[in-house]
Design a protein around this ligand. Structure first.
Ligand SMILES: Nc1nc2c(c(=O)[nH]1)N(C=O)[C@@H](CNc1ccc(C(=O)N[C@@H](CCC(=O)O)C(=O)O)cc1)CN2
Ligand SMILES: Nc1nc2c(ncn2[C@@H]2O[C@H](COP(=O)(O)OP(=O)(O)OP(=O)(O)O)[C@@H](O)[C@H]2O)c(=O)[nH]1
Ligand SMILES: [Mg+2]
Length: 449
């Protein structure tokens, strides 16, 4: 079906290592292999590995290698393909790749092997995403989730969605074919009910993909507060590293300091920021400007207050910054000292002491709970940006169809919207016709994948 030539890439990464793998795939790729590879005998059975020499057109040896051969459709891409295991020197890998390119292959685009696996029906798009995430995973849990997705453990929601849309489409066809049969209100209610379920499933999927993003992309948490409340001390306590400088001089931190933390499988990047107050000099001004940027970009904000001092103008400024934000945890530090601070009543702060190392675990579990809320690990999915956009469009479309049902619009028109809705859902798993959308999906892969 697709034949866009033979593609090749260094699959093992262009770093000096013991062995390098050059991956080659495409129709007639085995013919290409025969031109450059000299094993003891020149017949290749799939799933066997052959020892021999690669030689260029002048019969000069390029490398001594092991080559494995795969025949369509039993390969990763579903095409005829082979892999050269060469010595992992940078120059050697480059020479081997050049040799393959000179003999009729072209350089693969990022993700092109996996794109071919998808186009040849070896995997669906959710599995393609899972493969990216297997490689990207920074925590064991992220890895487990990615693997679950590769093994298709969590596609039930999508199957349900599909079934329900197909049901509505079928009903709609009946309406088109038999316009004389006035469907009763009961039927309308049933269709609205199903549409409602579709909407809920899409929302669920969006929510789970948000969780997926946390596990794979990680979460940014910004620690903010006025100077000297113990933000840098908190960064150090949370991560267990003495990463940031701590002194009793207000204004110690001038630039953002960040450190990562694995919080039950979620990679967290904690940003310690410059204390926010009326600035006294240019360095402090620039630091505070960065603090505000960090606040805007953070997934979660930890606002720190000093419980041993009474609320002042600078604290009020912090309260104002977080006033309308939902993603905030409020921390009262220095709880080892006599409490003087009174916060507005509606605030439920977490009391900690960085010096005495108390309350840190409570803070961590509150942070974790805030991130995961009511998620179920087996249902976390990882979708890429274009799939999320498709889901959001699907949501809008479901609303449009609901209105069309209620307004008793012409079924022929509704049919177009239902088809559109189905198309959006198909973009999550596959069956995408549009090349542009596809290229967008695979371009985030690394070369050789
Ligand atoms: N050398 C090498 N290592 C690798 C890969 C690869 O392509 N090459 N993989 C790739 O990224 C991963 C393994 N995934 C793979 C998935 C399917 C097939 C494959 O050939 N499937 C055939 C035959 C299955 C069989 O007979 O068991 C098929 O599905 O028809 C190969 C590798 C990780 N390690
Ligand atoms: N008693 C007590 N002192 C603390 C506690 N946490 C931090 N401190 C002290 O408070 C002072 C300021 O701590 P930092 O962590 O540098 O404060 P900061 O918020 O990062 O300050 P800036 O970088 O200036 O904005 C230091 O002298 C710390 O030792 C605590 O829990 N109890
Ligand atoms: Mg600091």
């Amino acid at each position: 079906m697709i034949d866009d030539g033979i593609i090749a890439a260094i699959a093992s990464g262009y770093v000096e290592s013991a062995i390098g793998i050059i991956r080659v795939s495409g129709k007639n790729s085995i013919e290409l292999l025969k031109k450059i590879f000299y094993p003891k005998k020149n017949t290749f059975e799939p799933y066997k590995i052959y020892h021999g020499f690669l030689k260029d057109s002048n019969q000069k040896i390029v490398d001594e290698v092991l080559v494995s051969v795969f025949k369509s459709p039993h390969s990763y891409t579903g095409e005829d393909s082979f892999e050269i295991n060469c010595h992992g020197g940078l120059l050697i890998m480059q020479n081997v790749l050049d040799l393959v390119l000179k003999n009729g292959a072209r350089l693969a685009l990022p993700g092109e092997f996996t794109k071919r696996a998808f186009l040849n029906d070896k995997i669906d798009l959710l599995q393609a995403n899972a493969i990216v995430n297997l490689i990207k995973a920074k925590t064991q849990k992220a890895l487990d989730i990615a693997f679950g997705q590769l093994l298709k453990k969590n596609t039930t929601i999508i199957e349900e969605l599909r079934e329900k849309i197909i049901f509505l489409m079928a009903e709609n066809e009946v309406l088109i074919d038999h316009p004389e049969e006035d469907l009763s209100d009961v039927d309308l209610n049933k269709r609205l009910l199903i549409l409602n379920e579709i909407t809920k499933l899409i929302q669920k999927l969006l929510k789970f993909s948000e969780k997926g993003k946390y596990f794979f992309e990680g979460v940014n948490v910004a620690i903010i507060g006025k100077p000297n409340v113990g933000k840098s001390s908190l960064l150090n306590e949370l991560t267990g590293h003495n990463r940031a400088i701590v002194t009793d001089i207000p204004g110690t931190t001038t630039d953002i300091v960040s450190e990562t933390l694995n919080l039950n499988g979620i990679p967290i990047k904690i940003l310690d920021t410059a204390g926010i107050r009326k600035h006294s000099n240019k360095i402090e001004y620039l630091g505070i400007k960065k603090s505000h940027e960090a606040i805007d970009e953070a997934d979660i904000i930890i606002a720190v207050f000093d419980s041993s001092r009474i609320l002042d103008k600078n604290d009020e400024d912090i309260l104002n910054i977080i006033k309308n934000k939902k993603n905030v945890l409020i921390v009262l530090n220095k709880s080892d000292l006599k409490r003087k601070l009174l916060l507005p009543l509606n605030i439920d702060p977490i009391e900690i002491s960085c010096t005495k190392k108390t309350g840190i675990n409570t803070l961590k579990s509150r942070l974790y709970n805030m991130l995961i809320e009511d998620y179920n690990e087996s249902e976390v999915v990882s979708l890429n940006t274009s799939q999320i956009i498709a889901l959001k469009s699907a949501l809008k479309h479901a609303k449009k169809i609901k209105k069309a049902y209620i307004d008793s619009l012409d079924p022929a028109l509704i049919s177009i919207d239902l088809q559109q809705l189905a198309d959006y859902i198909e973009q999550i798993i596959g069956k995408i016709e549009n090349e542009d959308i596809l290229d967008n999906v695979f371009k985030n892969f690394c070369v050789g994948k």
